[in-house]
Design a protein. Structure first.
Length: 667
């Protein structure tokens, strides 16, 4: 019960925590109004980091450009762009190729070209330089104009030849190479009527987006910090006639700052709550923490559920299928909640979607459990071998878990609910120990059931084997105890008999001789049955007669005895030395206590299927309470080991003194 309560508390608390956290983080900017927010840093966060410290990229080395076929307005426009970019990036070398290297041209190889420039090989600088080819066209239709889609489509590619560098590892970029062209030439088509300002705006737009690697930005979905008219709002070039805003300049400065990551982390932990900043700053760390949390919760769910469900019997057999599957699916959903907590998107909690998703889950659990129950009840037969049953059950489990993964998307695609609630059955398996495929989950469920079936079968066989071994040990132990009791009887009786012989030796030699011979005949009975634990009633009675004859010689006229036995019972087996200790007890504690006329009577009769062995003597009454003594305890132990609950020993003083042994249902 404690495990069930603990599991229920965990399953309830996780959604509550996640839902409350979702409502608090619905608006990340305003959920903590007391914390300072900087719009420029928010612009950088949304464009460069996209809610995580990703491996963003920048260009290494100087930005060198060769202007070909240019006229005076083109040179003036490009110099204006250089001046503006130098003001934003004072530590970045931005210049004409010939001015920076001293070479006469980028295209012509000359013997007097320098080997190195500022510690960099000239060949590398030449390979990274960019050629801007200016073409004067006669027709305005051929020239690039404001909002010209041809120019925007071309400008969306990177033609700059400089090597892209990973800002976190400082290594070369190998991702998204399809965005980087090997060509280092870009052609501007101007009409002579276009002004220097227009040419400058077009060149600036291209160069700013190029050196900021804007086309490598991921497509942004959050437009909260979109700056109207800014060049770097989007990863796609929507309009080149945009302003080079202060937000763009701040982003470009930080983009090439060597302390960008450190400055960003400092801002995030200053402007956001700790739990939110951890996720926004380093998503890899958050993923690691989330994976460990899921792993720990998975182990907790497994052990609690296993302790609650394993070998549990239900009144309705269907529940033995439904309950484990339902709890398993609930645990998967809980893992999705855990993932939502660590990777909060800031979207509000959708209650309708939440309950509809649960309805879909519950329906699938009901159907899966129903099919498994019917299959095991009507298809799998008891007479089948265990291997056949295991293969059939495991295969069918895999089948019924795979069907919903492919059936529900087909059904939901024909109704508007799929569009309204965005139900995706396959994605509902996501974020649980890294397994995202429904096929993988189906295999895990079927494999898990197969392992449990095998372990259950193995444990049952092991228990049966141990029960057989335990029964064998109990039988051996019981036999050893009987032999031990019999070995205790013989020395005890011998001790009493020898004392009697010793007492007669000086007074009556004939009786002594007769008693010794009777004792010898008595012990022949024991010697001839060595190793046996049972004897017939007839043999036991004969042994008792010999014993009483020995005692009668010792007591003389003070002892008389009478034996009455049903002849039909003489062949029935009973434990050896079962009757003799009671007779001995009657002599020792009865006849020896009175002066004369001692009487002992042994009677063995059948009462239906029971046997009653009665020993009567006329000695003093039994004391109140339990009758104790070595002889009676021996008889009691023999009855317990031989018959268990089917035998009883009782005594009474009225109407006459007697001890009765009752053996029930004896053959």
């Amino acid at each position: 019960m404690k495990r069930f309560i603990l599991l229920a508390l965990i399953l309830i608390s996780i959604p509550v925590i996640v839902i409350s956290g979702s409502s608090k983080s619905q608006n990340r900017k305003n959920n903590n109004p007391d914390l300072p927010k900087d719009d420029k840093w928010e612009y950088v966060k949304e464009r460069l980091f996209e809610c995580e410290t990703q491996n963003f990229h920048s260009y290494s080395g100087p930005i060198l450009i060769e202007l070909v076929n240019a006229h005076s307005p083109d040179s003036t426009a490009l110099m204006s762009v250089f001046d503006e970019l130098r003001g934003v990036l004072p530590d970045k070398d931005i210049d004409y190729f010939r001015n920076y290297t001293g070479a006469s041209s980028l295209r012509v190889s000359q013997s007097d070209d320098p080997k190195e420039v500022n510690g960099v090989k000239f060949s590398k600088l030449k390979g990274r330089a960019l050629t801007l080819w200016i073409t004067e066209v006669e027709s305005k239709k051929e020239a690039y104009k404001l909002y010209d889609e041809r120019f925007l489509k071309t400008a969306s590619l990177n033609y700059f030849g400089s090597k892209l560098v990973n800002r976190r590892t400082r290594g070369p970029l190998v991702k998204k190479r399809n965005y980087v062209s090997n060509s280092r030439q870009f052609t501007f088509k101007f009409h002579k009527s276009q002004t220097v300002k227009e040419r400058m705006e077009m060149m600036r737009f291209y160069l700013v987006r190029m050196i900021s690697c804007a086309n490598l930005f991921k497509e942004r979905t959050n437009r909260e910090f979109e700056v109207v008219g800014a060049m770097l709002n989007s990863n796609k070039a929507s309009s080149w006639h945009l302003d080079f805003t202060e937000y763009d300049k701040f982003l470009l400065q930080k983009f090439y700052s060597p302390t960008l990551v450190e400055d960003y982390r400092n801002y995030m932990f200053k402007a956001y709550p700790r739990w939110s900043a951890d996720n926004l700053v380093d998503k890899e760390k958050t993923k690691l923490l989330a994976n460990w949390t899921r792993a720990i919760l998975t182990m907790v769910f497994f052990f609690l559920s296993f302790g609650i469900l394993y070998k549990r019997q239900y009144r309705f057999q269907y529940l033995s299928y439904f309950v484990p599957i339902f709890i398993g699916y609930i645990c998967i959903i809980e893992m999705n909640f855990v993932d939502s907590y660590f990777f909060n998107t800031g979207k509000p909690f959708n209650q309708e979607k939440f309950w509809f998703s649960y309805l879909v889950w519950f329906t699938s659990v009901v159907l899966i459990a129903l099919f498994l129950w019917l299959f095991d009840k009507y298809i799998v037969k008891r007479e089948m071998s265990f291997t056949t049953q295991l293969v059939l059950k495991t295969s069918f489990t895999l089948f019924v878990f795979l069907v919903p993964a492919f059936l529900f998307p087909i059904i939901l695609s024909d109704i508007e609910w799929n569009k309204i609630y965005h139900i995706n059955w396959i994605k509902s398996y996501d974020y649980f120990l890294g397994f995202r495929s429904p096929v993988t989950w189906a295999f895990l469920f079927s494999l898990g059931r197969g392992v449990l079936l095998y372990l259950d079968h193995f444990s049952e066989n092991l228990v049966k084997q141990k029960d057989i071994e335990l029964s064998t040990l109990k039988a051996a132990n019981a036999q050893a105890e009987v032999r031990l009791l019999q070995s205790q009887i013989n020395p005890h009786f011998l001790y009493n008999a020898l004392n009697s012989i010793a007492s007669l030796a000086q007074t009556d030699s004939e009786k002594t001789e007769k008693m010794a011979l009777s004792l010898s005949d008595l012990f022949k009975y024991t010697i001839n049955r060595k190793g046996k634990k049972n004897s017939t009633i007839g043999d036991e009675v004969e042994m008792v007669k010999n014993y009483l004859e020995v005692e009668q010689i010792r007591f003389g006229d003070r002892l008389s005895f009478n034996i009455s036995v049903d002849e039909s019972l003489e062949a029935i087996e009973i434990p050896m030395f079962l009757i003799q200790p009671i007779i001995e007890n009657a002599v020792k504690h009865g006849i020896s206590k009175i002066g004369n006329n001692g009487e002992i009577e042994l009677k063995i009769v059948r009462n239906n299927s029971d046997i009653a062995i009665t020993v009567h003597d006329n000695g003093p009454d039994f004391p109140d309470g339990l009758v104790s003594g070595h002889g009676l305890q021996t008889v009691f132990d023999l009855l317990r080991l031989s018959y268990g609950e089917n035998a009883d020993l009782s005594w009474t003083n009225t109407p006459k003194k007697e001890i009765v042994i009752t053996i029930k249902n004896i053959n």
